[in-house]
Design a protein around this ligand. Structure first.
Ligand SMILES: Cc1cc2nc3c(=O)[nH]c(=O)nc-3n(C[C@H](O)[C@H](O)[C@H](O)COP(=O)(O)OP(=O)(O)OC[C@H]3O[C@@H](n4cnc5c(N)ncnc54)[C@H](O)[C@@H]3O)c2cc1C
Length: 282
């Protein structure tokens, strides 16, 4: 088990990881590269890194953290849960830590696709951790073709009678049993007062009690929901130290809603890391 798991290795995550590691804490960092970091525009305003692209800055940050002793995992964290006094992060390699720092950057798009809008909270939901229990022994589906979709489907498979992953025309090799896989493009949802069936472009249909939209990368809000930390729907709710309503789970950087520059988020990661060290000292 690590002292701290940092999720996200942009400027907030890396500066926090460096601060925590320098203070003698064992630090794991899990991150995937975000799309904006593949932006090829060279930085002009970042101290000491003139001419470097977003991608180069990201890779330099990860390299620096590794040199400082941070154990890096190149993977998406798809869920967070709590067991006693430790947090378990789901992903390709599950990780355990006493404390978690969410530094996941710009929030994911949590809006429902057009076909889901008429059934919002009437069969169509965003997080299995929050609404999955309504579907005990029922037939549910998950829309998503990435790791987060598979993770949501796995969670639902513990309670629902059947779970199908709908990839909506995207190709994925397979899904773990008992999850079913359906690749047909979705046309619409139908139902009287609430969701009753999903209809595909090829005219076929499937009866369904619930559908979870999970075609995104898990962001800070998705991860907060797993441990019961309060959010305002877009961002975690934090105290002045950067801690969520769950002791031991912190957030820093763009994922707090305080969207700024590389320089400011580098400082925010440092600031919250100092508060995490005080939290450990107590
Ligand atoms: C297009 C664009 C250009 C910009 N240009 C500039 C500029 O020139 N100068 C400047 O100062 N600022 C610029 N900014 C702003 C600056 O990049 C951000 O303020 C800063 O990167 C935020 O840092 P962060 O550490 O909070 O998050 P990020 O830098 O966004 O890092 C978060 C990381 O976490 C990863 N992640 C997210 N969810 C998960 C998960 N579930 N599991 C694992 N990893 C995850 C993401 O993929 C990403 O790599 C730009 C922003 C954008 C979008």
């Amino acid at each position: 088990m690590f002292d701290i798991l940092v999720i996200g290795s942009g400027p907030a995550g890396v500066s926090a990881a460096l601060t925590l590691s320098a203070a003698g804490r064992s630090v794991a960092m899990a991150s995937i590269m975000s799309s904006y970091l593949t932006d090829k525009t060279p930085a002009t305003d970042y101290y000491g890194l003139e001419g470097f692209t977003g991608q180069e800055i990201y890779l330099k940050g990860v390299r620096q953290a590794k040199h400082a002793g941070v154990v890096f995992f190149d993977q998406q964290i798809t869920g967070l849960s709590r067991q006693g006094n430790r947090f378990i992060a789901a992903g390709q390699t599950p990780l355990e830590a006493a404390c978690v720092l969410l530094a996941t950057g710009t929030p994911a798009d949590h809006s429902l696709p057009d076909f889901g809008l008429p059934f919002a909270q009437k069969g169509v939901h965003l997080q299995a951790e929050q609404d999955g229990f309504y579907y005990r022994n029922r037939m549910v589906g998950v829309v998503g073709a990435g790791c987060y979709g598979v993770h949501q489907a796995m969670l639902l498979s513990r309670m629902a009678r059947t779970v199908t992953l709908f990839t909506n025309d995207q190709r994925i090799p397979s899904v773990p049993p008992p999850i079913g896989l359906n690749r047909y493009p979705i046309d619409r949802l139908e139902g009287q007062d609430r969701l009753e069936k999903i209809v595909f472009e090829n005219g076929t249909a499937l009866n369904l009690d619930g559908l979870f939209i999970a075609n995104r990368i898990a962001d800070a809000v998705d991860l907060c929901v797993g441990v019961g930390a309060q959010t305002n729907g877009a961002y975690p709710i934090l105290d002045p130290q950067g801690m969520t309503s769950v002791a031991g789970v912190f957030a820093a950087g763009d994922c707090t809603g305080n969207t700024h520059t590389l320089q400011e988020q580098t400082y925010d990661g440092y600031r919250v890391a100092k508060n995490i060290l005080s939290f450990f000292a107590k």
